[in-house]
Structure formats: structure tokens, C-alpha cells
Design a protein around this ligand. Structure first.
Ligand SMILES: Nc1ncnc2c1ncn2[C@@H]1O[C@H](COP(=O)(O)OP(=O)(O)O)[C@@H](O)[C@H]1O
Ligand SMILES: [Mg+2]
Length: 221
């Protein structure tokens, strides 16, 4: 379970351009829930998602995953949590364009210190589960937007995390491809994974169990 309690996020603290992006945000997300984070551009959605993903810090409050407080950990501890618990689908895919689909999906496996048996087989299985195993050897710059998003999702699930976080995963896709990608997230959720999707697409939000709405850095009740 994910628990946020009175989270305050300040960008550039104590500098002239200091900006408080989240003001005392509290929320809970249960295991196996599928939740949308909605709100206008600049509301603080990505900021919140980055904190959930353990790729950004916060100044006040408490964030815990399965009872473990995510605060003041060493870089190594953060990396371990990210690697084991979290699959992140970044905005605009964030793939290495001249790597093949397979090479992109193998990146998180190569970060892990553990010797993972059959890395290639694992990556191929992730590509299979998002329906594009046959594209494994294609460079990403030859793929369509929808195919790139599938590669990004395969990369997010290759370590079999309990939680998948996605930032505007349908933002750059046409209506039909968006619907297909949402079906894929729903399938991953039905397999028991917690899914959190930042979106300002009402159709995407409507397919989640519920939505958390954020406005000017505050959660609307
Ligand atoms: N690295 C940063 N430095 C300073 N301000 C930032 C930074 N990232 C985001 N912000 C500001 O924080 C607010 C929330 O941004 P963000 O979380 O990206 O919003 P959203 O994803 O809802 O569009 C915005 O006003 C944005 O300008
Ligand atoms: Mg954003």
C-alpha cells in the first residue's frame, strides 16, 4: 500500500526561484488499485508521480510503500526500491531511439547488481506480454508512437514490479491507439499490479477505479 501524508514539495528551496509545487498532499492507494491522477497543466501531477516513483525528494511529510518510509534513504536504497517495486513509464516514452526494442527493455536488467539468468528471455517475455515480441530487433526510431509506448511499458514491467506509474501515457497518441494502451494497463492491473496514471484525458481517467484530482498543488476533496 502507498501512503502519502502531508507531503510538501519545494523546488529550488531557499533560492530566489523557490516554488512550492505540492502543499500538504495526503492520499492512499491500495494494492491492485488502478488510479488516475488528474488536473490541469502545472497542477503538480508529474511532481506527485515522481515522488511516488522515488525519483524525486520532498521536504515535509511522509511517504511510505508497504510500511517502509521513503525518506532520507541512501541512493543505493532508493535504487533498490525503484528496481524491485516500481515500473515507471515516463512522459514521451524516454526510450533510447537508436537502441532496438529489446535493448531498451533490457536496460533495467543491466542496472541490477544481481546476475539475472536469461536477461534476454526475460526482456522478450515482457515484449510478448505487451504484444510486440516480433518487433524486438527493430530500432525504436523505426517504431510508431503506439509501438514505442508498448516498449516503454515492457521496460517498466520487465522486473515484475508490484506498482506501475505512467505519466500521460496516452498524451502523444491518437484516440484508437490510446484506447489500446489503456486496455494494456487494465490487463496489467487485472494481473494484480497497482497502476497509477497521470492523465488529462477524461476517457483514460474514466477507465480507472477512481481519480485523485489535484489543483495548484492541493488534492481536491
Ligand atoms: N524542476 C522544477 N523546478 C521548478 N519548478 C518546477 C519544476 N518542475 C515543475 N515545476 C513547477 O511545479 C508546478 C507543477 O509542475 P508539474 O508537476 O510538472 O505539473 P503537471 O504535471 O500537473 O503539469 C508547475 O508550476 C511547474 O512549473
Ligand atoms: Mg506533467
Amino acid at each position: 500500500m502507498i501512503k502519502l501524508k502531508n507531503i510538501v514539495k519545494v523546488y529550488n528551496p531557499k533560492k530566489a526561484n523557490e516554488f512550492e509545487a505540492l502543499h500538504s498532499v495526503s492520499a492512499e492507494i491500495q494494492d491492485s488499485e488502478m488510479v488516475a491522477i488528474i488536473g490541469r497543466s502545472g497542477a503538480g501531477k508529474s511532481t506527485l508521480l515522481h515522488i511516488l516513483a522515488c525519483i524525486d525528494s520532498y521536504q515535509e511529510g511522509e511517504y511510505s510503500i508497504d510500511g517502509t518510509l521513503i525518506k532520507g534513504l541512501s541512493e543505493r536504497q532508493y535504487a533498490k526500491i525503484r528496481n524491485e517495486k516500481i515500473g515507471m513509464v515516463m512522459q514521451d516514452f524516454a526510450l533510447i531511439e537508436d537502441f532496438t526494442a529489446l535493448e531498451n527493455v533490457m536496460i533495467p536488467l543491466n542496472f541490477s547488481k544481481k546476475k539475472i539468468k536469461g536477461k534476454k528471455e526475460k526482456a522478450l517475455a515482457a515484449l510478448r506480454s505487451v504484444g510486440i515480441e516480433e518487433l524486438a530487433k527493430k530500432p525504436c526510431n523505426k517504431l510508431s508512437g503506439g509501438q514505442k509506448q508498448r516498449v516503454a511499458i515492457a521496460r517498466a514491467i520487465v522486473n515484475d514490479p508490484a506498482m506501475i506509474l505512467a505519466d500521460e501515457p496516452t498524451g502523444a497518441l491518437d484516440t484508437r491507439t490510446s484506447a489500446e494502451i489503456m486496455e494494456l494497463f487494465k490487463a496489467l492491473n487485472e494481473q494484480g499490479r497497482t497502476v497509477v496514471i497521470v492523465t488529462h484525458d477524461p476517457n483514460a481517467a474514466a477507465q480507472c477505479d477512481r481519480a485523485i484530482e489535484i489543483s495548484d498543488g492541493k488534492i481536491l476533496k
